[in-house]
Design a protein around this ligand. Structure first.
Ligand SMILES: C[S@@+](CC[C@H](N)C(=O)[O-])C[C@H]1O[C@@H](n2cnc3c(N)ncnc32)[C@H](O)[C@@H]1O
Length: 337
Protein backbone atom coordinates (compact mmCIF):
# COMPACT_ATOMS: atom_id res chain seq x y z
CA UNK A 1 0.00 0.00 0.00
CA UNK A 2 1.40 3.44 -0.83
CA UNK A 3 0.50 6.72 0.79
CA UNK A 4 1.97 10.12 0.23
CA UNK A 5 3.45 11.87 3.23
CA UNK A 6 4.00 15.59 3.04
CA UNK A 7 7.70 16.42 3.06
CA UNK A 8 7.14 19.07 5.71
CA UNK A 9 6.09 16.33 8.13
CA UNK A 10 9.40 14.58 7.99
CA UNK A 11 12.72 15.16 9.68
CA UNK A 12 15.54 13.51 7.76
CA UNK A 13 18.48 12.17 9.71
CA UNK A 14 21.42 10.24 8.25
CA UNK A 15 21.84 6.63 9.28
CA UNK A 16 24.78 4.26 8.99
CA UNK A 17 23.57 1.98 6.23
CA UNK A 18 23.45 4.49 3.38
CA UNK A 19 19.73 5.06 3.74
CA UNK A 20 18.01 8.02 5.18
CA UNK A 21 15.81 7.45 8.19
CA UNK A 22 12.70 9.57 8.19
CA UNK A 23 10.94 10.08 11.47
CA UNK A 24 7.29 11.02 11.30
CA UNK A 25 7.24 13.93 13.69
CA UNK A 26 3.93 15.49 12.89
CA UNK A 27 0.44 14.01 12.83
CA UNK A 28 -0.31 15.97 9.65
CA UNK A 29 0.91 12.99 7.64
CA UNK A 30 -1.93 11.72 5.47
CA UNK A 31 -2.53 8.34 7.00
CA UNK A 32 -6.01 7.01 6.32
CA UNK A 33 -8.27 7.01 9.32
CA UNK A 34 -8.47 3.70 11.10
CA UNK A 35 -4.95 2.65 10.29
CA UNK A 36 -2.24 2.42 12.90
CA UNK A 37 -0.39 5.65 13.46
CA UNK A 38 2.41 3.87 15.22
CA UNK A 39 4.72 3.72 12.20
CA UNK A 40 7.67 5.70 13.45
CA UNK A 41 10.54 4.95 11.16
CA UNK A 42 10.39 4.88 7.41
CA UNK A 43 13.45 4.20 5.30
CA UNK A 44 13.98 5.39 1.76
CA UNK A 45 17.05 5.01 -0.46
CA UNK A 46 19.65 7.75 -0.19
CA UNK A 47 18.89 10.43 -2.71
CA UNK A 48 15.24 9.53 -3.12
CA UNK A 49 12.89 12.46 -3.31
CA UNK A 50 11.01 12.94 -0.07
CA UNK A 51 7.82 14.12 -1.75
CA UNK A 52 6.35 10.67 -2.37
CA UNK A 53 7.63 7.80 -0.31
CA UNK A 54 6.33 4.43 0.64
CA UNK A 55 4.40 4.43 3.89
CA UNK A 56 4.73 1.09 5.57
CA UNK A 57 1.53 0.40 7.46
CA UNK A 58 2.79 -0.71 10.84
CA UNK A 59 0.57 -3.36 12.37
CA UNK A 60 3.27 -4.65 14.71
CA UNK A 61 2.26 -3.61 18.21
CA UNK A 62 4.10 -6.47 19.90
CA UNK A 63 5.93 -3.96 22.14
CA UNK A 64 2.71 -3.94 24.13
CA UNK A 65 2.98 -7.67 24.87
CA UNK A 66 5.29 -7.16 27.86
CA UNK A 67 2.32 -5.62 29.65
CA UNK A 68 0.59 -9.01 29.48
CA UNK A 69 3.35 -10.53 31.61
CA UNK A 70 2.91 -7.68 34.08
CA UNK A 71 -0.86 -8.13 34.33
CA UNK A 72 -0.40 -11.92 34.52
CA UNK A 73 1.80 -11.32 37.56
CA UNK A 74 -0.87 -9.05 39.07
CA UNK A 75 -3.56 -11.73 38.60
CA UNK A 76 -1.30 -14.18 40.46
CA UNK A 77 -0.59 -11.70 43.27
CA UNK A 78 -4.31 -11.26 43.83
CA UNK A 79 -5.14 -14.96 43.72
CA UNK A 80 -6.93 -14.58 40.39
CA UNK A 81 -4.57 -16.90 38.50
CA UNK A 82 -2.66 -20.08 39.31
CA UNK A 83 1.06 -19.59 39.99
CA UNK A 84 1.93 -21.04 36.57
CA UNK A 85 0.87 -17.71 35.04
CA UNK A 86 3.70 -15.91 36.78
CA UNK A 87 6.65 -15.27 34.43
CA UNK A 88 10.11 -13.81 35.05
CA UNK A 89 9.24 -10.92 32.71
CA UNK A 90 6.11 -10.20 34.69
CA UNK A 91 7.93 -10.35 38.02
CA UNK A 92 10.79 -8.13 36.78
CA UNK A 93 8.42 -5.58 35.27
CA UNK A 94 6.48 -5.50 38.53
CA UNK A 95 9.68 -4.86 40.50
CA UNK A 96 10.81 -2.23 38.01
CA UNK A 97 7.49 -0.40 38.37
CA UNK A 98 7.27 -0.69 42.15
CA UNK A 99 8.69 2.79 42.92
CA UNK A 100 6.28 4.43 40.45
CA UNK A 101 3.38 2.40 41.86
CA UNK A 102 4.33 3.45 45.40
CA UNK A 103 4.44 7.09 44.31
CA UNK A 104 1.00 6.86 42.66
CA UNK A 105 -0.39 5.07 45.73
CA UNK A 106 0.99 7.74 48.06
CA UNK A 107 -0.64 10.48 46.00
CA UNK A 108 -4.05 9.01 45.16
CA UNK A 109 -4.50 6.17 47.66
CA UNK A 110 -4.72 3.59 44.87
CA UNK A 111 -2.48 2.40 42.07
CA UNK A 112 -2.71 0.77 38.67
CA UNK A 113 -3.19 -2.58 40.38
CA UNK A 114 -6.38 -1.35 42.05
CA UNK A 115 -8.04 -0.58 38.73
CA UNK A 116 -6.67 -3.72 37.08
CA UNK A 117 -8.32 -5.89 39.72
CA UNK A 118 -11.60 -3.92 39.44
CA UNK A 119 -11.82 -4.42 35.70
CA UNK A 120 -10.75 -8.07 35.79
CA UNK A 121 -13.27 -9.10 38.45
CA UNK A 122 -16.08 -7.16 36.80
CA UNK A 123 -15.35 -8.70 33.39
CA UNK A 124 -15.37 -12.16 35.02
CA UNK A 125 -18.70 -11.33 36.64
CA UNK A 126 -20.29 -10.17 33.37
CA UNK A 127 -18.98 -13.20 31.49
CA UNK A 128 -20.37 -15.49 34.18
CA UNK A 129 -23.79 -13.84 33.77
CA UNK A 130 -23.55 -14.14 29.97
CA UNK A 131 -22.96 -17.88 30.28
CA UNK A 132 -25.30 -18.69 33.15
CA UNK A 133 -28.17 -16.32 32.39
CA UNK A 134 -27.98 -15.58 28.66
CA UNK A 135 -26.85 -18.99 27.42
CA UNK A 136 -23.51 -18.02 25.86
CA UNK A 137 -21.59 -21.19 24.98
CA UNK A 138 -18.69 -19.79 22.97
CA UNK A 139 -16.13 -17.21 24.09
CA UNK A 140 -13.36 -15.56 22.12
CA UNK A 141 -10.88 -13.49 24.09
CA UNK A 142 -8.67 -11.29 21.94
CA UNK A 143 -5.41 -9.88 23.36
CA UNK A 144 -5.66 -12.65 25.95
CA UNK A 145 -2.04 -12.27 27.05
CA UNK A 146 -1.43 -14.12 30.32
CA UNK A 147 -5.03 -13.90 31.44
CA UNK A 148 -6.18 -17.02 33.32
CA UNK A 149 -9.80 -16.50 32.25
CA UNK A 150 -9.65 -19.09 29.44
CA UNK A 151 -8.45 -21.77 31.83
CA UNK A 152 -10.79 -20.94 34.71
CA UNK A 153 -13.94 -20.60 32.57
CA UNK A 154 -13.16 -23.69 30.47
CA UNK A 155 -12.81 -25.74 33.64
CA UNK A 156 -15.82 -24.21 35.39
CA UNK A 157 -18.17 -24.68 32.43
CA UNK A 158 -16.82 -27.95 31.02
CA UNK A 159 -20.18 -29.59 31.73
CA UNK A 160 -21.92 -27.01 29.52
CA UNK A 161 -19.46 -27.71 26.69
CA UNK A 162 -18.17 -24.12 26.72
CA UNK A 163 -15.79 -23.42 23.82
CA UNK A 164 -13.09 -20.87 24.68
CA UNK A 165 -10.76 -19.44 22.04
CA UNK A 166 -7.94 -17.20 23.20
CA UNK A 167 -6.13 -15.05 20.65
CA UNK A 168 -3.20 -12.66 20.58
CA UNK A 169 -0.29 -11.51 18.43
CA UNK A 170 1.94 -14.35 17.16
CA UNK A 171 4.64 -14.15 19.88
CA UNK A 172 2.18 -13.87 22.74
CA UNK A 173 -0.07 -16.57 21.25
CA UNK A 174 2.97 -18.89 21.11
CA UNK A 175 3.82 -18.20 24.77
CA UNK A 176 0.22 -18.81 25.81
CA UNK A 177 0.02 -22.04 23.80
CA UNK A 178 3.20 -23.22 25.48
CA UNK A 179 1.87 -22.38 28.95
CA UNK A 180 -1.44 -24.15 28.33
CA UNK A 181 0.20 -27.17 26.71
CA UNK A 182 2.80 -27.62 29.46
CA UNK A 183 0.09 -27.65 32.07
CA UNK A 184 -2.35 -29.88 30.20
CA UNK A 185 -4.90 -27.07 29.87
CA UNK A 186 -5.23 -27.07 26.11
CA UNK A 187 -8.06 -29.11 24.63
CA UNK A 188 -10.39 -29.28 21.68
CA UNK A 189 -12.68 -26.86 23.49
CA UNK A 190 -9.92 -24.53 24.60
CA UNK A 191 -7.52 -23.28 21.93
CA UNK A 192 -5.17 -20.38 21.25
CA UNK A 193 -5.09 -18.63 17.89
CA UNK A 194 -3.36 -15.67 16.32
CA UNK A 195 -5.24 -12.40 15.84
CA UNK A 196 -4.03 -8.88 15.20
CA UNK A 197 -6.84 -6.36 15.47
CA UNK A 198 -5.01 -4.05 13.04
CA UNK A 199 -4.89 -6.60 10.25
CA UNK A 200 -7.85 -6.01 7.92
CA UNK A 201 -7.75 -9.39 6.15
CA UNK A 202 -5.89 -12.68 5.96
CA UNK A 203 -5.03 -15.35 8.51
CA UNK A 204 -4.31 -12.95 11.39
CA UNK A 205 -7.47 -10.87 10.95
CA UNK A 206 -10.53 -10.73 13.18
CA UNK A 207 -12.70 -11.99 10.32
CA UNK A 208 -10.53 -15.07 9.89
CA UNK A 209 -10.59 -15.82 13.62
CA UNK A 210 -14.37 -15.52 13.82
CA UNK A 211 -14.76 -17.74 10.76
CA UNK A 212 -13.21 -20.58 12.77
CA UNK A 213 -16.04 -20.37 15.35
CA UNK A 214 -19.44 -22.05 15.31
CA UNK A 215 -21.88 -19.47 13.85
CA UNK A 216 -24.86 -21.16 15.54
CA UNK A 217 -23.68 -20.49 19.10
CA UNK A 218 -24.39 -17.51 21.31
CA UNK A 219 -20.99 -15.90 21.63
CA UNK A 220 -19.11 -13.44 23.82
CA UNK A 221 -16.07 -11.52 22.59
CA UNK A 222 -13.74 -10.05 25.20
CA UNK A 223 -10.78 -7.72 25.10
CA UNK A 224 -9.11 -6.66 28.33
CA UNK A 225 -6.21 -4.24 28.61
CA UNK A 226 -6.23 -3.49 24.89
CA UNK A 227 -8.32 -0.52 23.85
CA UNK A 228 -6.42 2.28 25.58
CA UNK A 229 -3.32 1.47 23.54
CA UNK A 230 -5.08 2.77 20.42
CA UNK A 231 -6.51 6.03 19.15
CA UNK A 232 -10.25 6.40 18.64
CA UNK A 233 -10.11 6.10 14.84
CA UNK A 234 -8.38 2.75 15.14
CA UNK A 235 -10.87 1.63 17.78
CA UNK A 236 -13.85 2.67 15.68
CA UNK A 237 -12.49 0.55 12.82
CA UNK A 238 -11.94 -2.40 15.17
CA UNK A 239 -15.35 -2.10 16.82
CA UNK A 240 -17.11 -1.71 13.48
CA UNK A 241 -15.31 -4.87 12.32
CA UNK A 242 -16.66 -6.62 15.40
CA UNK A 243 -20.28 -5.62 14.76
CA UNK A 244 -19.97 -6.53 11.06
CA UNK A 245 -18.16 -9.85 11.55
CA UNK A 246 -20.31 -11.06 14.46
CA UNK A 247 -23.65 -10.34 12.80
CA UNK A 248 -23.76 -14.00 11.74
CA UNK A 249 -24.00 -15.27 15.34
CA UNK A 250 -27.44 -15.61 16.97
CA UNK A 251 -26.08 -13.23 19.59
CA UNK A 252 -22.67 -11.77 20.29
CA UNK A 253 -21.88 -9.49 23.21
CA UNK A 254 -18.61 -7.60 23.42
CA UNK A 255 -17.09 -7.08 26.87
CA UNK A 256 -14.21 -4.70 27.37
CA UNK A 257 -12.88 -2.09 29.75
CA UNK A 258 -12.00 1.49 28.99
CA UNK A 259 -10.07 4.13 30.93
CA UNK A 260 -12.02 7.31 30.24
CA UNK A 261 -10.92 10.90 29.96
CA UNK A 262 -13.03 12.12 32.91
CA UNK A 263 -11.61 15.63 33.26
CA UNK A 264 -13.24 16.42 36.64
CA UNK A 265 -12.25 13.17 38.27
CA UNK A 266 -10.00 13.79 41.30
CA UNK A 267 -7.24 11.57 39.89
CA UNK A 268 -7.42 12.78 36.30
CA UNK A 269 -4.46 15.10 36.70
CA UNK A 270 -2.28 12.20 37.88
CA UNK A 271 -3.03 9.95 34.96
CA UNK A 272 -0.02 11.43 33.16
CA UNK A 273 2.19 9.51 35.59
CA UNK A 274 0.46 6.24 34.66
CA UNK A 275 0.68 7.17 30.95
CA UNK A 276 4.40 7.84 31.36
CA UNK A 277 4.98 4.52 33.12
CA UNK A 278 2.99 2.54 30.56
CA UNK A 279 4.75 4.39 27.73
CA UNK A 280 8.13 3.57 29.23
CA UNK A 281 7.37 -0.14 29.47
CA UNK A 282 5.45 -0.67 26.22
CA UNK A 283 6.95 2.11 24.04
CA UNK A 284 3.38 2.87 23.13
CA UNK A 285 1.01 5.70 23.83
CA UNK A 286 -1.89 5.11 26.16
CA UNK A 287 -4.58 7.71 25.48
CA UNK A 288 -7.72 8.10 27.61
CA UNK A 289 -11.02 8.07 25.72
CA UNK A 290 -14.41 9.78 26.16
CA UNK A 291 -15.34 12.40 28.72
CA UNK A 292 -18.49 10.78 30.17
CA UNK A 293 -20.40 7.51 30.38
CA UNK A 294 -22.84 8.92 27.82
CA UNK A 295 -19.96 9.63 25.43
CA UNK A 296 -18.68 6.06 25.85
CA UNK A 297 -22.14 4.75 25.02
CA UNK A 298 -22.38 7.00 21.98
CA UNK A 299 -18.90 5.92 20.83
CA UNK A 300 -19.89 2.25 20.83
CA UNK A 301 -23.21 3.00 19.13
CA UNK A 302 -21.26 4.81 16.41
CA UNK A 303 -19.66 1.43 15.68
CA UNK A 304 -23.16 -0.03 15.21
CA UNK A 305 -23.62 -1.68 18.60
CA UNK A 306 -27.34 -1.47 19.42
CA UNK A 307 -27.39 -2.01 23.20
CA UNK A 308 -24.57 -0.57 25.25
CA UNK A 309 -24.27 -0.75 29.04
CA UNK A 310 -21.46 1.18 30.69
CA UNK A 311 -20.75 -0.50 34.04
CA UNK A 312 -19.18 1.43 36.89
CA UNK A 313 -17.21 -0.80 39.30
CA UNK A 314 -18.59 1.33 42.17
CA UNK A 315 -21.92 -0.47 41.66
CA UNK A 316 -20.23 -3.84 42.27
CA UNK A 317 -17.91 -2.96 45.17
CA UNK A 318 -19.73 -5.07 47.79
CA UNK A 319 -20.80 -7.87 45.48
CA UNK A 320 -17.31 -8.44 44.06
CA UNK A 321 -15.34 -7.42 47.18
CA UNK A 322 -13.59 -4.63 45.29
CA UNK A 323 -11.22 -2.41 47.28
CA UNK A 324 -12.87 0.67 48.77
CA UNK A 325 -11.76 4.00 47.27
CA UNK A 326 -12.20 7.57 48.51
CA UNK A 327 -13.57 8.52 45.07
CA UNK A 328 -15.45 6.98 42.18
CA UNK A 329 -13.70 4.37 40.04
CA UNK A 330 -11.58 5.54 37.13
CA UNK A 331 -12.33 2.59 34.89
CA UNK A 332 -15.49 1.52 33.10
CA UNK A 333 -16.48 -1.90 31.79
CA UNK A 334 -18.59 -1.90 28.65
CA UNK A 335 -21.07 -4.57 27.62
CA UNK A 336 -22.14 -3.98 24.03
CA UNK A 337 -24.37 -5.92 21.65
C1 LIG B 1 -2.12 -5.23 28.80
S1 LIG B 1 -1.95 -6.73 27.91
C2 LIG B 1 -3.49 -7.47 28.41
C3 LIG B 1 -3.40 -8.96 28.46
C4 LIG B 1 -4.63 -9.63 29.10
N1 LIG B 1 -5.82 -9.36 28.35
C5 LIG B 1 -4.79 -9.20 30.52
O1 LIG B 1 -5.66 -8.36 30.80
O2 LIG B 1 -4.03 -9.69 31.36
C6 LIG B 1 -2.24 -6.25 26.22
C7 LIG B 1 -2.30 -7.42 25.26
O3 LIG B 1 -2.65 -6.89 23.98
C8 LIG B 1 -1.97 -7.65 23.00
N2 LIG B 1 -1.94 -6.86 21.75
C9 LIG B 1 -1.17 -5.79 21.48
N3 LIG B 1 -1.41 -5.35 20.24
C10 LIG B 1 -2.37 -6.16 19.72
C11 LIG B 1 -3.02 -6.21 18.46
N4 LIG B 1 -2.72 -5.35 17.47
N5 LIG B 1 -3.94 -7.17 18.25
C12 LIG B 1 -4.22 -8.07 19.22
N6 LIG B 1 -3.63 -8.08 20.43
C13 LIG B 1 -2.71 -7.13 20.67
C14 LIG B 1 -0.61 -7.86 23.64
O4 LIG B 1 0.13 -8.89 23.02
C15 LIG B 1 -1.00 -8.16 25.07
O5 LIG B 1 -1.21 -9.53 25.27
Amino acid sequence: MEFTLRASCLNPSPSRDSTLAWRRSDPCAEVPSGHSLSARLIRIPLGARPRAIEYVMDTDTSNISVSAHYTGYIWCRHGLAPKEFETARGRNTYRFLSPASALIRAIIGADMETFLVERHKLLDHLLTAAIEKAGVTQVVEIACGMSPRGVSFSQRYADRGLVYVEADLPGMAASKTQLLTQNGWISERHQVQICNILTPSGPESLGHLLNTLDPTKKTALITEGLVNYFDLDTLQTFWTNITRETARFPECRYLTEIYPDFRDHPIHRYTRIAQGVIGLVTKNEWPLHYESDAAIEAGFKQAAFQDVIVHNPDDYRELLSLPKLPYSSFVRVVEAR
